[in-house]
Design a protein around this ligand. Structure first.
Ligand code: ZN
Length: 431
């Protein structure tokens, strides 16, 4: 069993109220974390491989709570357009040409980017989800894959049965890095019976549901017109929230919506970059946090961001709400980092598994090198990680106790091959 001892690091466990260990140690054994804290209290580990982390901070691996990872293939393909023409003229017609191979290589491209940026877990909703799942396994990242369900398609019933088979089969494999979910696209694309059926299957199989929710003002207006309720109210009335739910965006919310999300501990995947770029609006982040909502961070797909960089999302989460509310004290740096780690894991129902450096959880770690000129001097490590650090300051990433990225090199993936194949797929798709 491989064991690592990361030494001489600033250690942030991201556990509630935990102190920063200035000269800390983190120990892994197999796929588990067994110690994180001050060097003085660290157990002896004669058999562990020592990793000198001088000048670095070790923290829980970042959690990307909402993406469509294979959309890396459409990065920069169509920008600066209104949402409907963007979807109808550019994105959907191109996606109609997708194959499983495209999704596989697009996903691996995104996984390269995420592992390089300290992301150890991502929640994905897309087509050809078995191929994206294969990419996650090959890349060594933790993943919550879900197949997108669109209720308006004539084969929606078959899609649901296939998604159910996928969830059941994936659970049966017992793969330690795979946590499948159901992925009904959104309340406005799924009729009530489909949503009820999804909730029933999710309950039977004991897995969460990943859905887009109240992303645009138009979606909420249409829901009020067609159902006399907001999308959040409608899902509650359908019994949807009896399951663990990860809801992406949650931009346009009433006070009652926020109460419902909090009462049901719905995980919100806040996606500030996507919301800004698509002009969806400003999610009421500080209201959600004050009310006690579970809020993680997501990048959304690369066609609307255009990257999978959680450092950028932390920065946006930290600064946008300040300007919107006129209050520079909202969403302090430590809160933004908590959203990218502990709360992100909680929003995906993975709080027992990852998100903090807690003995017994999986050893999912990011090591950030603080030696760059843009990180000098160092007064507050949370502040640096959120307001000054960049994804390429990550020097090492471990998932499930395995080094998957170190000093510029991915250990599981032939990055040059992935880049070549992904570019090939992208050229064919958009030609
Ligand atoms: Zn999305």
């Amino acid at each position: 069993m491989t064991s690592y001892r990361l030494e001489n690091a600033i250690v942030l466990t991201m556990e509630p109220g935990a102190a920063v260990s200035e000269s800390g140690v983190v120990v892994t054994e197999g796929n588990l974390l067994t110690y994180a804290g001050p060097a003085a209290a660290a157990p002896p580990t004669p058999d562990a491989t020592r990793l000198d982390c001088s000048g670095c901070v070790v923290l829980p691996g970042l959690v990307n709570a909402h993406t469509h990872v294979s959309m890396t293939l459409l990065r920069g393909f169509a920008d600066d357009m209104p949402l409907q023409p963007w979807l109808e003229e550019k994105i959907w017609p191109t996606e109609a040409k997708l194959t499983g191979e495209d999704v596989y290589w697009g996903a691996l491209l995104g996984i390269c980017e995420m592992l390089r940026g300290g992301v150890t877990c991502f929640s994905d909703m897309y087509h050809f989800y078995r191929d994206a799942t294969r990419a996650a396994v090959d890349g060594g990242i933790r993943a919550c894959p879900s197949g997108v369900l669109l209720g308006f398609l004539p084969n929606a019933g078959d899609m649901l049965q296939q998604a159910r088979d996928f969830v059941a089969e994936t659970l049966q494999t017992g793969h330690s890095r795979l946590h499948p979910m159901f992925g009904p696209h959104a309340p406005y694309t799924c009729p009530d019976p489909l949503l009820e059926q999804v909730a029933e299957y999710a309950g039977e199989l004991g897995v969460p549901i990943h859905i887009h929710l109240s992303e645009t003002a138009g979606e909420v207006q249409d829901s009020l017109r067609d159902y006399a309720h907001t999308p959040v109210e409608r899902l509650q009335m359908l019994g949807f929230f009896r399951q663990r739910v990860s809801a992406a965006h949650c931009v346009h919310l009433t006070d009652r919506d926020i109460e419902i999300l909090v009462e049901n501990q719905v995980g919100v995947a806040h996606c500030p970059g996507s919301n800004l770029k698509l002009a969806s609006g400003f999610a009421p982040l500080s209201r959600l946090l004050k009310a006690g909502a579970v809020v993680g961070l997501g990048t959304d797909g690369c066609a609307s961001n255009n990257n999978l960089d959680l450092f950028q999302e932390m920065l946006l989460a930290g600064i946008v709400d300040k300007a919107v509310t006129g209050d520079p004290t909202t969403v302090p740096a430590e809160t933004a980092l908590t959203m990218a780690t502990r709360e992100g894991a909680r929003s995906l129902a993975l709080e027992e598994m990852t998100g903090t450096l807690t003995p017994g959880k999986r050893a999912d770690l990011a090591v950030v090198d603080l030696s760059g000129p843009h990180l000098q001097p160092l007064y507050h490590v949370y502040s640096h990680l959120v307001y000054a650090a960049r994804a390429d300051d990550v020097s090492m990433t471990l998932v499930d106790g395995e080094i998957v990225y170190r000093d510029g090199k991915l250990t599981q993936i032939d990055e040059a091959e992935v880049i070549a194949k992904a570019n090939e797929c992208a050229r064919r798709l958009t030609s």
